[in-house]
Design a protein around this ligand. Structure first.
Ligand code: ATP
Ligand code: MG
Length: 416
């Protein structure tokens, strides 16, 4: 299966160049969240103009872009304007309507393409893809069953007791643990499916995880692939809290398998752009031991934010290079790093009163890199920013990261 026609060379769009009408090279992004903002920063640093399509007048990327088209993602006039302004277009969130990407692709290079984004939007199609390339990736996903109809629910209730305890996940629109219910028994499963509105779901067996990791791969139009070393991730309540990015963050054999698997998955999709593949590490003594592929994000990923401060090219730089047809040099990490996510919770004290976090103390520590996304309102659970800590060695990075987590009252302190 080759899910996209995004293969073959393309004429590079050089930064600072002008087209026949005298317009400066402009890169576009669907979505104006923090990933779009960091993409815009990377593109602008190289000398590109940027355009963001996002209906929100205050979107983090829209606020810093040369052009901000404030329409719905499906709006024909908005899409036409984006295509008109830009020489190539990408997306910053996987729930962008695949149809909109298809429309844009009629006149402009779009990376990643609508077909691969469509696969990543649907857990059922995503798992089919993982199964289709298991021979070359060497990994499978957690045991699961598809539940789209009452009859399928009934069959799972009767025949798949092996999947319990499990996690019922909506096939579409899930993120940060949303659209997921943990179920222990058949009756909990039936109630959970009803609670999720009887929409298409997968029931996944709950695996005894010893760790989680992810790999960022960038693939160009001509098939060239580069990748970052796997980062180890710690989630708290379904949301990424801590990323460990340094040599020795996980056993070398596992890291090698994860990197090889992510590259195989990207190749098999004929992917163009930055892809993040998330993995579970399961106790080798258990029935499903080793590396298990969880899901993929067709874009730069929260777990790759450390690359901005700890590598000679960030995940956003590589997204720019890949979509614009520029060379894709292998990135090199120059410092060990730990990334701490900053949720809106940090802006509230124990009594629920809003407060400004103690940035003075945090920023007086060595190697702290604060990134705030320009969101105007802090809300509990909302991703407001992140902090990357770099240093000369892993021990000093951990010491500073622990201190930062204490100062700000961050979750996951015991996992640093
Ligand atoms: P993301 O924000 O990464 O898009 P998501 O909402 O798509 O998250 P998943 O990655 O499927 O959700 O799950 C969120 C977290 O829940 C995982 O990182 C893991 O900690 C836990 N989890 C999910 N599936 C399983 C499983 N089968 N066994 C054990 N833990 C799981
Ligand atoms: Mg996930």
């Amino acid at each position: 299966m080759n899910a996209t026609s995004n293969t073959g060379a393309m004429t590079p769009i050089f930064p600072g160049s002008k087209d026949a009408a005298g317009c400066k090279a402009t890169l576009g992004v669907m979505g104006g969240g923090q990933l779009g903002r960091m993409f815009v920063h990377a593109a602008q640093r190289l000398g590109y103009f940027t355009a963001v399509l996002d209906p929100d007048a205050q979107s983090p990327a829209g606020l810093v872009s040369h052009h901000h088209i404030q329409t719905d993602y499906n709006d024909p006039a908005g899409l036409a304007q984006l295509a008109d302004l830009c020489q190539a277009i990408t997306t910053e969130f996987e729930n962008v309507p695949a149809q909109a990407l298809q429309t844009l692709a009629q006149t402009r290079p779009v990376a990643p393409g609508a077909a691969v984004v469509g696969i990543a939007q649907d857990r059922i199609e995503e798992k089919d893809h993982f199964a289709a390339c298991a021979d070359i990736s060497g990994v499978t996903c957690a045991p699961y069953a598809v539940i789209e109809t009452p009859a399928q629910l009934q069959a799972v209730l009767e025949e798949r007791a092996d999947l319990l305890p499990g996690i019922l996940k909506t096939a579409r629109m899930g993120y940060d643990g949303k659209g997921q219910v943990r179920v222990r028994t058949a009756s909990e499963l039936a109630a959970a499916w009803a609670e999720l509105g009887g929409v298409a779901c997968v029931l996944e067996k709950m695996l005894p995880l010893t760790a989680e990791c992810s790999v960022l791969v960038a693939r160009g139009w001509g098939g060239q692939v580069v990748s970052f070393a796997p980062q180890r991730n710690v989630h708290v309540e379904g949301i990424l809290a801590v990323t460990h990015a340094y040599e020795g963050n996980m056993p070398l054999a596992l890291a090698t398998s994860a990197r090889d698997a992510a590259i195989a998955i990207a190749q098999h999709l004929g992917y163009v752009g930055v892809l993040c593949v998330e993995f579970f590490v399961v106790d080798n003594g258990s029935a499903h031991g080793g590396l298990v592929v969880n899901e993929m994000a067709p874009r730069p990923h929260n777990s790759g934010h450390y690359t901005l401060d700890a590598c000679d090219a960030s995940q956003f730089d590589l997204q720019v290079h890949a979509m614009a047809g520029l060379p894709l040099p292998q990135p090199r990490q120059h410092s060990p790093a730990i990334m701490l996510n900053l949720l809106g919770d940090v802006w509230f004290d124990a009594s629920g009163q809003q407060r400004e976090p103690d940035w003075h103390s945090v920023l007086s520590l060595p190697g702290t890199h604060l990134h705030l996304y320009g969101k105007l309102d802090a809300r509990v659970g909302r991703k407001m920013g992140h902090l990357t800590i770099t240093g000369p060695d892993v021990a000093s990075v951990k010491t500073v990261a622990r201190r930062v987590a204490e100062l700000l009252g961050l979750p996951g302190l015991d996992a640093i």
